[in-house]
Write a protein that binds this ligand. Structure first.
Ligand SMILES: Nc1ncnc2c1ncn2[C@@H]1O[C@H](COP(=O)(O)OP(=O)(O)OP(=O)(O)O)[C@@H](O)[C@H]1O
Ligand SMILES: [Mg+2]
Length: 383
């Protein structure tokens, strides 16, 4: 029979020792696969040690047991959490059960009750897993949405980031923002995160077959939005093949409602794969003549690739009259096929870029024009 794999989490080392000792008396049945001193360590360890059961203390520093339980239950539905608490934490315990804990035991516990509780919880949880899977854990059918342009520097990264943030707040849905500008890693810079892991680490270490494997490489920007950063090394692009991109997207598609992909100026097979598999392509252009010309050609390419008009949406970014080109002129060129115009707003954008703080999603009053335009566009997309 397979052993029941257990992860013990307590900030008091003595408790961990006692539990380990107790469980070692039944080493045919139990295997302690990890120890954690706080909730965050639990979350970090789960993908590595793949426990069946987490014995979780309620009060721990960094990330307490309650929050950790909620995250474990949501993200790793096949792991069952048993809370450990001292007498008198009844209110807490109720909450813990509400947050998804399967059982609880009161400290100090005796040998029999510990062993029995683990066995029964494990058994019950396995049976439940085989049958009914709770509704919220059902697979999602992630849509892919991407930003593309036939000229660089037109605002793909700024727009993909700020729309991702806006949508993650407008609608309770799980989103992933994937930076596929492998050479310049715009997104990590725009959110001021330089030292996080990137898609290069993920591909390098070969952990890209399941969501569970990929998860440690993602950066959680907010509760609904994760990010997969690009490495920002020009040579990295060579290591990341279309096959890897395909694996990553396939593994993540049913974990997210929306996967937003930022692309670079290279029209390579990675980009083509994403364009092919996207439900929506935002084709971004500015009002400069050179950009408009390139866009016209680019849209023809989209047509020859067989993408229909509903899939390709034209975004005119940095809308302004200062180039002597009016909105009307642009509309004439594209014959009413402009999806949205995003205003040119140098101050807001450059402060945001310099600070590494996206301008959307701050929830402040007196929103800038660019923020309002992005919000209106997101509302329309989400409808
Ligand atoms: N709406 C806007 N108003 C003012 N400035 C903008 C706006 N959009 C973009 N910019 C400016 O253009 C610069 C380039 O934007 P961004 O990095 O998003 O372009 P990109 O298309 O991702 O470029 P690349 O092709 O190099 O990846 C920004 O740093 C910002 O200074
Ligand atoms: Mg970019």
């Amino acid at each position: 029979m397979e052993k029941i794999k257990i992860l013990i989490a307590d900030d008091v080392l003595d408790i961990i020792k006692v539990v380990k000792k107790t469980l070692s008396l039944e080493d045919e049945t139990f295997e302690v696969v990890g120890e954690a001193a706080n909730g965050q360590e639990v979350l970090d360890l789960i993908p590595k040690v793949k426990p069946d059961i987490v014995l979780m203390d309620i009060n721990m520093p960094v990330l307490n047991g309650l929050e950790a339980t909620e995250k474990v239950t949501k993200e790793y539905p096949d792991v069952a959490v048993i809370m450990m608490s001292v007498q008198g934490e009844a209110e807490y315990l109720k909450k813990a059960m509400f947050h998804g804990a399967k059982e609880f035991i009161i400290k100090p516990f005796n040998y029999d009750s510990l062993v029995e509780t683990i066995k029964i919880t494990h058994e019950r949880h396995r049976e439940m897993q085989k049958g009914l899977i709770p509704r919220e854990e059902k697979d999602k059918e992630g849509k892919v949405m991407t930003y593309f342009s036939s000229k660089g520097g037109v605002g793909k990264s700024i727009l993909s980031l700020n729309t991702a943030i806006t949508m993650s707040q407008e609608k309770e849905q799980k989103e992933l923002l994937m930076d596929l500008d492998l050479q310049f890693s715009d997104i990590s810079i725009l959110v001021n995160k330089y030292n996080e892991r990137t898609i290069l680490d993920l591909v390098d270490e070969g952990h890209l077959n399941t969501y569970q494997e990929i998860k440690p490489y993602l950066y959680a920007y907010n509760e609904n939005l994760d990010m997969l950063f690009a490495p920002g090394k020009p040579e990295a692009a060579e290591y990341i093949s279309k096959t890897s991109i395909e694996k990553i997207i396939k593994a993540l598609k049913h974990k997210y409602d929306l996967i937003i992909v930022d692309t670079g100026i290279n029209f390579n097979e990675n980009t083509l794969y994403v364009l092919d598999h996207a439900e929506i392509i935002f084709f971004v252009s500015t009002m400069e003549i050179a950009s408009l010309k390139n866009t016209k050609l680019g849209l023809k390419v989209m047509e020859s690739l067989g993408y229909d008009n509903n899939k390709v949406k034209l975004l005119i970014n940095r809308s302004t009259t200062k180039y002597g080109v009016s909105k009307r002129d642009v509309e004439e060129v594209f014959k009413d096929s402009i999806y949205a115009m995003i205003p040119d707003e140098e101050k807001t954008v450059s402060i945001s870029v310099n600070r590494g703080e996206p301008f959307c999603g701050k929830g402040r009053l007196g929103k800038s024009k660019i923020e309002k335009a992005i919000e209106a566009m997101c509302t329309d997309i989400l409808e």
